[in-house]
Design a protein around this ligand. Structure first.
Ligand code: NAP
Length: 269
């Protein structure tokens, strides 16, 4: 927190959220991994982490605190915590038409917790001709040295960064059949009807569900494009079409954490 503030132009962060409820071994690595490439957990209870975060509010270091990647049972447990001082104001979850979160979103909203959708484009966003990180010859060479595969299909940078940061190489394979949101014909069709890009439709989808959305780009023209989503409206039928694309496909599976006691994605929602 102190580190985050030292880079921030503000005197407080608002809101501050738990990176995840998966508490990991303390140390220099953000994602400490064992030899088999699985995260090394700590025994910390996320309710204790929450208490520490409540102190940040009391100290005036943040105005509000939130959560990310919790399932509904974990939220219930947090809300029922004896002496809970502050409720989470926001829940940040992966959401897009292939993972519509039709139970978790209304549940959070019914509890007064707003929802933010991350990975709105499913991260499969390469244009034809773009370099494919996981096919980079240098990465392939390192992978071969470790007798590991480079993932097939389009590249997902954070996975590689995550694993490199811990000096091991456990790249999760993307399946060749993984869906590509930005190339979905039904979404393209809706976009064409509104003279908008598929990315803009994917952003608008959340706005009409009363969900905040945080697309990421390092390209000024795309940042600009991603803001131009307030001058059109998807029809009820179009929203239903988008919701109908759900296949409970998750890009951020956090597969290295599946054995963690608090791994959230085995629950129905
Ligand atoms: N809480 C969590 O566990 C969690 C997990 C993952 C991500 N997040 C957060 O979610 C936010 C979203 O980032 P994300 O990486 O998950 O996924 P994302 O926004 O779905 O995808 C980012 C990718 O989309 C591309 N892109 C952006 N605008 C585009 C457009 N208009 N047309 C085509 N491609 C476009 C970007 O490429 P260019 O840069 O080349 O434009 C980038 O490769 C970030 O703030 C991230 O920190 C949170």
């Amino acid at each position: 927190m102190a580190l985050a503030l030292s880079y921030s132009p503000h005197s407080y962060l608002s809101p501050y959220k738990t990176g995840t409820q998966l508490k990991l071994d303390a140390g220099e690595d953000m994602f400490p991994l064992d030899e088999s490439g699985m995260v090394i957990p700590s025994n910390t209870d996320y309710l204790d982490t929450w208490e520490a975060m409540e102190e940040l509010v009391d100290c005036g270091l943040t105005k509000a605190i939130g959560i990310s990647n919790f399932n509904h049972d974990q939220i219930e447990r947090l809300l029922r915590k004896p002496n809970l001082k502050y409720k989470p104001v926001n829940h940040q979850i992966e959401c897009h038409p292939y993972l519509t979160q039709e139970k978790l979103i209304p549940y959070c909203q019914s509890k007064g917790i707003s929802v933010t959708a991350y990975r709105p484009f499913g991260a499969h966003t390469l244009n034809p001709g773009d370099p494919i990180l996981l096919e980079d010859p240098k990465i392939k060479e390192i992978a071969a040295r470790h007798k590991k595969s480079t993932a097939q299909g389009t590249g997902v940078g954070w996975r590689v960064q995550t694993t490199f940061s811990s000096q091991s190489l456990e790249i999760e394979d993307l399946n060749p059949g993984d869906p590509i949101l930005l190339e979905d014909p039904k979404i393209k069709e809706i976009a064409a009807r509104h003279k908008k890009s598929t990315a803009q439709v994917l952003i608008r989808f959340h706005i009409q569900r009363n969900v905040a959305v945080i697309p990421k780009s390092d390209k000024p023209h795309r940042l600009e494009e991603n803001f131009k989503v307030f001058d059109f409206e998807l029809t009820k039928e179009e929203m239903e079409t988008l919701l109908g694309l759900n296949r409970n496909w998750r890009d951020c599976l956090m597969a290295q954490s599946v054995n963690h006691k608090d791994y959230p994605f085995k629950a129905d929602y």
